[in-house]
Design a protein around this ligand. Structure first.
Ligand SMILES: [Zn+2]
Length: 391
């Protein structure tokens, strides 16, 4: 069992490995892995698999045809030494993703570089840094002579950035067998806040049909789908409630064909966010209850929320634990709400305790300035190690 006295030793070991961490981070960033390039994601997965195999972990690929393969890494005490360890019920699941939002070749415009203690490059923060600290957290625990007394599963998926279509089922399957889920998405802001709440997110589409007519000869014979779209957009805006954390925003409007034709078709894309499951359900009901305003217009609503919220009751106990461990390591961590979703939303919705934002600290995810604060790598790896050892 790891105790409070071991924490400075764990951190000290990781501080001595900072150069090695930065080096692995560079290798990970240079190995570009956009969600839509299966060969690139698979190649990156193989590179990480090698790192884990070198450390004696059991590595399995979960093959996917239309997306990169997912990677499942299982860390158990080695059988020779396991005899004396009583296995505890429930595994710990650590979630990460291999994919980034940057297409292959971005590295030429956004080369990996280190300046003033920060590393820059595509995906360096979201979330290659998180995948790097996991490797070193395990090194630190092995160095301290600690062995897991329950199964620890690291699941690196290939399609988080596009909604986890091919990974959601395996994430939920592993979560159901887990006592806790730790998510290596980046921390919030340069202060490194953990994410104890995440909004539910989704996209809906309103498909509007009217009736086409000549705008000059017979305008009264038409039903203007763009007019209906505008009326519906105004009505949808009234669902916003910033105090409650609800946002419903029409973001893409399309309609019409020619300047002199009353448009027969229009489409409205709507970005949806809500902080609580109750508000998410309420917005879903309101969307389903939308009716046309103009006589003769027709509506259909497609899509909706795709990720339920991560609410604080799912993360509170894990957050207190993390805060206490961080104090033992000599730093403090705060908490915050994230407006976007992650795979932690799925696991929290199953009632499995979930803590997110345990990855690295930096700024500018999904932007040309994406960066990681290198001096925080050892702290974040130490916090992850301490959580793995004490949960
Ligand atoms: Zn991410």
């Amino acid at each position: 069992m790891l105790s409070a006295e071991n924490l400075p030793e764990i951190l000290g070991f990781l501080q001595s490995r900072e150069t090695a961490m930065a080096h692995l981070l560079k290798r990970c960033v240079l190995c570009e892995s956009p969600t839509d390039s299966k060969p690139a994601v698979d190649y990156f997965g193989c590179m990480l698999a090698t790192e884990w195999k070198m450390r004696g972990a059991k590595v399995e690929f979960l093959p996917r045809k239309d997306a990169g393969n997912h990677l499942r890494i299982i860390w158990l005490p080695n059988p020779a030494r396991r005899a004396g360890i009583r296995a505890r019920a429930g595994q710990i699941l650590v979630l990460g993703h291999l994919d980034t939002v940057y297409e292959v070749g971005t590295i030429k415009k956004m080369p990996f570089r280190v300046t003033q203690g920060r590393a820059f490059g595509p995906g360096v923060l979201d979330m290659k840094g998180g995948l790097v600290i996991a490797v070193f957290a395990v090194d630190a625990l092995a160095h301290a002579g600690w062995l897991p007394d329950r199964r620890i599963v690291f699941l690196w998926t290939s399609d988080e950035e596009t909604g986890s279509k091919t990974s959601r089922a395996v994430i939920e399957h592993e979560a159901r067998r887990s006592a806790a889920v730790l998510v290596l998405e980046p921390a919030n802001g340069p202060e490194g806040q953990l994410k104890t709440r995440r909004k539910a997110t989704g996209t809906a589409e309103l498909v509007i049909s009217g009736r086409g007519a000549h705008a000059g000869l017979d305008p009264g014979a038409g039903v203007n789908a763009v007019h209906e779209l505008a009326l519906q957009a105004a009505r949808l805006m009234r669902l916003n409630n910033h105090r409650r954390g609800i946002s419903v925003n029409p973001t893409i409007a399309q309609g019409g064909t020619r300047s002199n034709v009353i448009p027969a078709e229009a489409r409205l894309t709507i970005d949806l966010r809500a902080e609580t499951l109750a508000d998410m359900r309420r917005i879903e009901r309101k969307l389903m209850a939308l009716r046309p305003i103009l006589p003769g217009a027709h509506l259909s609503v497609q899509g909706g929320f795709s990720r339920p919220p991560l609410e604080r009751h799912a993360s509170a106990a894990l957050f207190s634990k993390a805060r206490e461990l961080a104090q033992g390591l000599g730093f403090s961590v705060g908490e915050s709400l994230a407006g976007g979703g992650s795979d932690g939303n799925f696991t929290a919705a199953l009632g499995v305790p979930t803590l997110d934002g345990l990855g690295v600290v930096g700024e500018g995810p999904h932007s040309p300035d994406e960066q990681v604060i290198l001096s925080a790598l050892s702290q974040r790896a130490a916090l992850l190690a301490a959580l793995l050892a004490t949960l």
